[in-house]
Design a protein around this ligand. Structure first.
Ligand code: CDP
Ligand code: MG
Length: 708
């Protein structure tokens, strides 16, 4: 299709969106108020159209229009779409920025980005002087970073002297939400105006199934049922596309394989009710998919072909696919939750909330009446599904966010304006962890190390290991490792058992090559071997490694290196020396970041964590330490997988001496003591009292300089 005809069609399409009739009034509303809440059904055109309207109205004269998204895929695909509508090359006037992928330029005036990216920008430029409008999108998702941005923007304007300092023109803030809660949002933002875009929706009939009941909360057998249901719809319902909701990549790929296999045997002369349907186009949709494949999702299918998109929750509100008439809802979602049993955030598959289920169903009623097939029973709905999804701020670790707030000068993190307050114990837990990492001192003030840590878009423990490595001159070991831990899984796991054996063999050989018995070293070695290979993509293929993941790791490593170089040039970067072999140096650096994740052999193959929870954990079968019996008494691990057992993954053996001086720090601070330190107004007198009390309780303090 030529560029102009494509443009005509999208331009026409955008004129039919519900938002179009309100263009002039919307622009006026944005211009007329500092804060504006915009609400409208998903698919009404908020994300793709509003920034264009503001651009056309000349609101980019003074600065950029920035639009945040909780999900990176949404930021990328929407930017692609808008660039196409505005007939410009992506990265010029319209661009996007997500973690480790910046597709913007000097010319960019409409910038889509993740909420995490805007938070980082605020760190460097607290009044956002480059922006004329900031749009927080998908606020109903209640992601942690969006919630924090809401509070920061509110705070910025509560002190007018501050909000205009460093700015030559006023900033406008638009908050967009697909659902209700607009009164709450408006009240939070000082009673700001609300602009509701009237939607047109069609009725969706929902039916419950029999496959998943309240007892099946932990079951994973629903993939088969979802596939059966999709085929049933395909053969017995009238034409119209299908959208299936599952929880993650591997599940989605399995479902697509199964669907593909079963759809092959359909005889379209006899098996299907609607004789205008002559085929099924199966398309997966998940976060880490290549973007060119994601684009395909939005294209209409060829005539007489039914499209079936198998997606994660991303298709619930962030992305709208036209033509969907049937929904198949598994009832589950993958969610990051703080697990108090292991003291870490863990990705878990959990039942969705009722409001989420309604949102999913609603996707079938955008352009005509639709149907939603739930594979779970009415009883599951009543007994296992909560009314609403708990905001992320109330269920995940706040360590990184608290450090960011502190670096922004928000010292009283307990009385920060939260839309919904996190539990105080989560805040105290975050402070405790920051203290353990030496990112804040006993008074809650950010240390020099903390100021360095906040610059890295990595979790605090890993950041600390990287910084330690850098001060010891071994960043060439730590940076590639950090990059490898930041990309999706690199090991290919083929479905076919024969091929699986072959892949396992290759992966084992890679582990042995790196010295064996150290999963961190294996990751590092894969990075190095691939990078130094003449034909890296062929090397990956030969070793059953995802080339795409490695390619991202190369790019992430370069970016982390740039950040490090900048820090080394700008500040008093610590320099230390170490005598010893490389393997020990590498593991000792890891210990400075992972001493919160130390486990000691308990009985047999069971280990016990040392963080005060004392959880019993097992080494995951994917680890090269899985079968090792001898000499393995102390280990550190990168993450945890909870099924019926608790598994530790990415593991390496250490010596007790390396963590001996660090471990006491895990028990040194009582979180409740920290409660008073959490607020900055602690007087010197109180501080002295507190410190004297503490000192009486403690052994002489261990200096962290003695670690290595
Ligand atoms: O933000 P809201 O949910 O209100 O709507 P939107 O995301 O702006 O979507 C408006 C229209 O653009 C829908 O019909 C989408 O299908 C379409 N769209 C698209 O075709 N390709 C994209 N990458 C994004 C949106
Ligand atoms: Mg949207």
């Amino acid at each position: 299709m030529s560029k102009s005809s494509r443009w005509d069609s999208t331009e026409n399409e955008s004129k039919h969106l519900p938002i179009y009739r309100h263009k002039a009034k919307l622009v006026q509303a944005v211009e007329g108020s500092t804060f504006l809440v915009v609400t409208g059904e998903t698919g009404s055109g908020k994300t793709t159209q509003l920034p264009q309207y503001l651009h056309q109205a000349g609101m980019c004269r003074n600065g950029k229009i920035g639009i945040t998204q909780p999900r990176r895929v949404a930021a990328i695909t929407v930017a692609q779409r808008v660039a196409q509508e505005m007939q410009c090359t992506l990265g010029r006037e319209v661009g996007y920025q997500v973690r480790f992928d910046d597709c913007t330029s000097q010319d960019t005036v409409v910038k889509y980005m993740t909420d995490g990216c805007l938070l980082r920008e605020i760190l460097a430029d607290p009044v956002l002087s480059q922006y004329s409008v900031v749009i927080l999108d998908e606020v109903h998702e209640r992601s942690l970073n969006t919630d924090i941005l809401l509070g920061l923007l509110k705070k910025m304007f509560s002190d007018p002297a501050k909000s205009t300092k460093g700015r030559s023109f006023p900033l406008k803030v638009v908050v967009m939400s697909a659902t209700l809660e607009t009164d709450k949002l408006s009240a939070f933002l000082g009673g700001c105006p609300v602009f509701a875009i009237p939607g047109r929706t069609f009725p969706v009939t929902c039916t419950f199934g029999t496959a998943v009941g309240p007892k099946d909360v932990e079951s994973t057998g629903y993939v088969k049922e979802v596939v059966r249901m999709a085929l049933d719809v395909h053969t017995s319902e009238l034409a119209g596309d299908i959208l299936v909701f599952l929880t993650g990549q591997s599940e989605i790929e399995r479902a697509c394989d199964l669907l593909f296999e079963k759809a092959e045997s359909i005889d379209y002369r006899y098996d299907v009710q609607d004789q205008t349907v002559e085929g099924l186009l199966i398309l997966p949709l998940y976060g880490s998919m290549p973007t060119d494949q994601q684009r395909q999702i939005f294209q209409p299918p060829p005539s007489r072909i039914r499209k079936c998109v198998v997606a994660t929750n991303i298709a619930a509100t962030s992305l709208t696919i036209n033509g969907i008439k049937y929904i198949i809802d598994s009832g589950f979602v993958k969610q990051l939750n703080h697990n108090s049993r292991v003291g870490m955030d863990i990705l878990e598959v959990v039942p969705i909330s009722k409001s989420e289920a309604e949102q999913r169903a609603g996707r079938a009623g955008r352009t005509s009446a639709g149907k939603c097939f739930r594979i779970y029973t009415k009883e599951f709905w009543e007994k296992s599904m909560p009314e609403y999804t708990v905001p992320e701020i109330q269920r995940t670790s706040l360590t990184a966010v608290v450090l960011t707030l502190k670096c922004l000068g928000v010292h009283d993190v307990i009385r920060f304006p939260y839309l919904d307050c996190p539990e105080e114990r989560f805040l105290l837990e975050a402070l405790k962890q920051l203290y353990q990492f030496d990112a804040i001192d006993r008074r809650g003030k950010v240390t020099q190390l903390g100021e360095l840590m906040v610059e890295f878009p990595l979790q605090p423990g890993l950041t600390r290991a990287v910084l330690k490595g850098s001060s010891l001159g071994c960043q060439d070991l730590l940076l590639p490792l950090a990059a490898m831990l930041s990309v999706e899984n690199i090991f290919i796991r083929p479905g076919n058992p024969e091929k699986q054996k072959e892949a396992d063999k290759k992966h084992r050989a890679l582990a042995t090559k790196s010295g064996g018995m150290n999963d961190f070293a294996t990751l590092l070695s894969v990075f190095q071997l691939c990078k130094s290979s003449d034909r890296p993509s062929a090397w990956c293929k030969d070793n059953w490694i995802h080339w795409r993941a490695l390619k991202s790791a190369f790019s992430v490593e370069t970016q982390l290196r740039e950040i490090l170089l900048r820090l080394q040039q700008k500040r008093d970067f610590p320099v230390e020396t170490f005598d010893g072999n490389k393997s020990e140096l590498f593991r000792r650096c890891l210990c400075t970041g992972y001493f919160t994740n130390v486990a000691r052999r308990s009985v047999g193959k069971v280990f016990c964590t040392m963080d005060g929870n004392g959880s019993m954990v097992n080494i995951h079968p994917s680890s090269s330490l899985f079968d090792q019996e001898a000499d393995l008494n102390w280990v550190i691990f990168h993450d945890v997988l909870v099924t019926s057992r608790v598994y530790i993954r990415t593991v390496c053996p250490i010596r007790y001496e390396w963590v001996k001086d660090l471990l006491p720090k895990l028990h040194e601070v009582d979180v409740y003591e920290l409660s008073s330190v959490a607020r900055q107004e602690v007087t010197d007198e109180e501080m002295i009292k507190w410190e004297t009390r503490e000192a009486a309780k403690r052994q002489p303090e261990v200096s962290t300089e003695d670690i290595v």
